[in-house]
Design a protein around this ligand. Structure first.
Ligand code: PLP
Length: 432
C-alpha cells in the first residue's frame, strides 16, 4: 500500500507544496494531507483505505453528495457524445435556461470555467458598461485570485487596496477600494469621496471565506440602494452561496432579498455539479456589453464544456425543495452538536450560519464575528487539534478554521451520527 506520506512526498517533489490549491496542503492545521482516491455519497476514501465522512464537499459543488447517479449518468451520456466541440451546442442553453428560471435578475448568462474567471469578467464588464474605473470590495470577502481582487484587507475609509500577495503590483490593486464588511458608514464615505468613479461594489451574497459572516439586517439592501443612487453596479458573488443556501424555494442568497436584484451575479461550485464550470449573469442590457454583442472581451476554450454543462444541469434538476430541507436539517443537527460539544468542553466559541452553511470561530463569543478583523482575532490555534481529532475519528473537515462546513443530500442519519460521535473528543482536543 502506498501511504499518504509517500504520496505527499512524491507530490511535493513535482508540485509546489504538493498541491494545486494551497489550503489542501494542511498548512494551517499541520500534518500530512490525506490523499483521496474515491468519493461516494457523503464519504471519501483515502489511499490507505480509510473512510471519512466528508464535510468539504469538494469545497461546495457536491450538493447532492458525491457520484449522484443522475449526475454520473448525465456525464456518461455527454462523454459518449464527445468531450468538447469548440462550437455551440444545446446543453449550454439548457443550463443557462435553468439558471435564468431560478434566479430573478439573471436575464442572460455567460459560462466560464472557474469562479475566479466569473468575478474577474464581471468586474471587467462593470467597468466596460459604466465607463468607470474603481471597484469596492469588502475585507475578508474572497472573489477568486484575479490580481485586482486580491487587494488586502485595508482598514479605514476609502483605503486604496494594497496587494495581498507577492506578484501583484500596487498598480493592479490601486483601483480596488477595500472597506470593512458590514460597515455602512465606510460605504457611504467611499461613495461620498469617489461616487462618480465607482464602477461596482462586489460582495459575497453571504461572506463565507472568513468563516460565515452573515450580513447585518439590511446590509445587502443598503449596498443595492447606494450603488443605484450613484450609478454604480452591484455584483453579487454567489459562487459559494448560489444554489447552496435557500429561502422560500429561492436559489441563493439573492433569493433572501425582497424587492430588489443585483445587476450582476457570479456563480460557481454547485452550478457545475463537480465539473469545472462557473458563470456570470445579470441584466440583459449589461450582459450585452460582452463580446460579441458588445465591446467587453471575454472568451474561453473550455467555456460551456458539454460534459460540465451536463453535470451542472443534472445537479440543478435534482436540487429539489426536499434536498434543501434535508441539507438544512442535517446542518442544523451538526451545528447544534458542535455547539453542545464545545460548551461541554468549556471552549469559548461562536457558530455562525446562513442556511446550511456554517462555520466555527474560537474565542469570539463576546463579540460574534461581523467582519474580517474579528474573524482574524479568534483563537485559530485551537482548530489544528480539533481538526486532527475529527480526522482521526473519520470526519474530513475543511483544513482551515476560516472555511465553511458543507453538508449534502447524501449526509444521512448514519453520517450525521458519526459526526456527532466524533465532536466531543475533538472539542476536548480544542480545549487543551
Ligand atoms: N467567489 C467566492 C465567493 C468563492 O468562494 C470562490 C472560491 O471559493 C471564488 C469566488 C473563486 O472560485 P474558484 O475557486 O472556482 O476560482
Amino acid at each position: 500500500m502506498t501511504t499518504n506520506q509517500q504520496l505527499f512526498d512524491a507530490a511535493s517533489d513535482v508540485m509546489p507544496g504538493g498541491v494545486n490549491s494551497p489550503v489542501r496542503a494542511f498548512g494551517s492545521v499541520g500534518g500530512t494531507p490525506a490523499f483521496m482516491v474515491s468519493a461516494e455519497g457523503s464519504r471519501l476514501t483515502d489511499a490507505e483505505g480509510k473512510e471519512y465522512i466528508d464535510l468539504v464537499g469538494s469545497w461546495g459543488p457536491a450538493l447532492l453528495g458525491h457520484k449522484h447517479p443522475a449526475v454520473i449518468d448525465a456525464v456518461h451520456a455527454a462523454v459518449d457524445s464527445g468531450l468538447g466541440f469548440g462550437a455551440s451546442h444545446p446543453s449550454e442553453t439548457r443550463l443557462a435556461e435553468l439558471v435564468r428560471s431560478r434566479v430573478p435578475g439573471a436575464e442572460m448568462i455567460r459560462m466560464v470555467s472557474t469562479g475566479t474567471e466569473a468575478t474577474m469578467t464581471a468586474v471587467r464588464l462593470a467597468r466596460g458598461a459604466t465607463g468607470r474605473k474603481l471597484v469596492v470590495k469588502f475585507a475578508g470577502c474572497y472573489h477568486g485570485h484575479s490580481d485586482g481582487l486580491l487587494a488586502a484587507a485595508g482598514s479605514g475609509v476609502a483605503t486604496l487596496g494594497l496587494p495581498g500577495t507577492a506578484g501583484v503590483t500596487e498598480a493592479q490593486t490601486s483601483e480596488t477600494i477595500v472597506i470593512g464588511y458590514n460597515d455602512r458608514a465606510a460605504l457611504e464615505q467611499v461613495f461620498a469621496d469617489h461616487g462618480e468613479d465607482i464602477a461596482a461594489v462586489i460582495t459575497e451574497g453571504v461572506p463565507a471565506n472568513m468563516g460565515v459572516v452573515p450580513p447585518q439586517e439590511g446590509f445587502n439592501a443598503f449596498i443595492r440602494e447606494i450603488t443605484q443612487k450613484h450609478g454604480a453596479l452591484m455584483i453579487f458573488d454567489e459562487v459559494m452561496t448560489g444554489f447552496r443556501i435557500t429561502e422560500a424555494g429561492q436559489w441563493g442568497a439573492s433569493g433572501r432579498q425582497e424587492g430588489w436584484t443585483p445587476d450582476l451575479f457570479t456563480f460557481g461550485k454547485v452550478i457545475g455539479g463537480g465539473m469545472p464550470t462557473a458563470a456570470l449573469a445579470g441584466r440583459r442590457e449589461i450582459m450585452e456589453h460582452l463580446a460579441p454583442t458588445g465591446p467587453v472581451y471575454h472568451a474561453g476554450t473550455l467555456s460551456g464544456n458539454p460534459v460540465a454543462m451536463a453535470a451542472g444541469a443534472a445537479t440543478l434538476e435534482h436540487a429539489t425543495a426536499e434536498v434543501y430541507q434535508h441539507i438544512d436539517s442535517a446542518a442544523e443537527a451538526v451545528a447544534t452538536g458542535l455547539g453542545e460539544a464545545l460548551d461541554a468542553a468549556g471552549v469559548d466559541h461562536t457558530i455562525q450560519k446562513a442556511g446550511s452553511l456554517f462555520s466555527l470561530a474560537f474565542g469570539t463569543s463576546a463579540t460574534g464575528v461581523h467582519d474580517y478583523a474579528q474573524a482574524g482575532a479568534q483563537e485559530a490555534f485551537r482548530y489544528g487539534p480539533f481538526f486532527h481529532a475529527m480526522l482521526e475519528a473519520g470526519v474530513f473537515l475543511p483544513p482551515s478554521v476560516f472555511e465553511a462546513w458543507f453538508l449534502s443530500a447524501a449526509h444521512d442519519d448514519a453520517a450525521v451520527e458519526q459526526i456527532l460521535q466524533a465532536l466531543p473528543g475533538a472539542a476536548r482536543a480544542a480545549a487543551a
